[in-house]
Every structure is written in C-alpha cells, then in structure tokens.
Design a protein. Sequence first.
Length: 269
Amino acid sequence: MINRISFCIFLNLLFNFSVLGNQVDNQALAESLTIKRNDIPINKKTAKFASDVWPGFTDTSGEGLYWDIIRKVYKDNNIAVAFESTNYIRSVALVKKNIFHAYIGAYLNEVDFAIYPKYPIDVDYISACTAVTNKEKINIENIAKSTVGWIKGYSFEKIFDRQLNYQEITNRKTGITLIENARIEYYIDAYSDIKHYFESDPLIASKIRCETIHHENIYLAFNTTPYAIQLKNIWDKTIPKLIQSGYMEKIYREHGLKPLPESLKDKKL
C-alpha cells in the first residue's frame, strides 16, 4: 500500500513539474518573441520609394540627384533603400496602397492620403511652352483662357485660380506634338524635363518657345503607416544636418542640373 501511494505521489509530482516546466518554457518563449518583435531596430527594414522617371534626378538605374539625396539620408541612419522608377500615377498608387513608403515630386498637400515632411527635396520650376508662331506673352492669364495640356497625374491645375480647358496626355513627346499640330495652345511641364527633351531634339526646340510661369516646392509624400511616419521624421531630422554640413550644396553642384534652391539653404535651421 505504501509503495502504491508513494508511486502515485511520485507520478503527481512528476506531472506538476512537467506542467510547470512547460509553463516556464512557454512564458520564456513568449517573452523571447516579444523582445524580438518589439526590439527590431529600424535598420532591419528597407525604405521603398517610387518616382516618375526624370533623367538626371530619378533614373531607372537608381542614379540621379533625388535618389542620391534619399540614399544619403537613410543610409546615414542605417536604413536600406529600394527605388522604383515608373510613371507618376503608378508611383502615387504604390504609396496609396501602402506597397511603397513614399513617392517623389509631390506638391504640398497634393493628396489627402499622404503625409508630408517639413523639408522639400527640391523646387519645381514650371514652364509653359507654345509654338513660336504664337506671339502672345506666356503668362498665367493668357494660358488660363487657352487650350492646355500636361502629363496625366501632374496637378498643374492648382496653379490657376479658375477652371481650365485642359487635357491630360500620356507623355512629353505627345504634348509637344500637340502644340506643333495646333491641337493645343500650351503645354505645361517642369522646366528641367522640357530642357532635357529639347537637348535631345534641337529641331523641335527651334519650333517651340517656353517661359517659366510658376515655382513650387516638391516633397516626398509618405503613406500613413507607422514605419513610413518614422521615415518622414528621419527625413526632417537629417535634412537640416545635410544642409548645415554643406552636403546638399555639394551634391547639387556635382550633378550640375540646377543650383541649390533657396528653401534648402542654411538659414539658421
């Protein structure tokens, strides 16, 4: 009888220790997973950026002024970066769907699903082009009463304080061709893009005249996920340091595309 009772007690103790051991192991595992989950440093992730293809700024090769600035900001903070050069509408859609963290080239408050940093990446000098046979002055007032076109997805209508007779087109070449064929009176685009286009086709350039009509800061537009918000905050923390160190002026000068905008100069940040 004693042996039998002792054996039962032994089995009971063994069972309790086994349960307790499992509880301890499970708790340790849970704590370990919690630590690993909550302790993931930001540099374990990749920041993904999308942009339209702007030669010299966001080339498909991953080179260009804007890519270099973004790469510098995030690699200085131990964050890997990935770039997608596509069209503007797709860039915006990738961010809206939270597939990418930010797109490049947005005007402030351009869309309501994104958040914007304090510091822009550049200034967009916006030009209007017309045929050389059109002798009227190129300005906001004359454009507003004419037929106008620009690339689909660009929000140039916000420049004007009235409703326009405009059409959205697929690419730069089509816009210039529409002017040549008198299908529209003005084509609006970023100055740097028009300049690059004309450099590749001087004959077309001789038939068109352009004037800068507006300038606007351009930003990275981030989605509203927690990680993208962290990336936006890192941008605003790092850009002033790059301005004060002289990096921004240096990188603009090295690319030779345009001078450093006033909004990115050191003004006692």
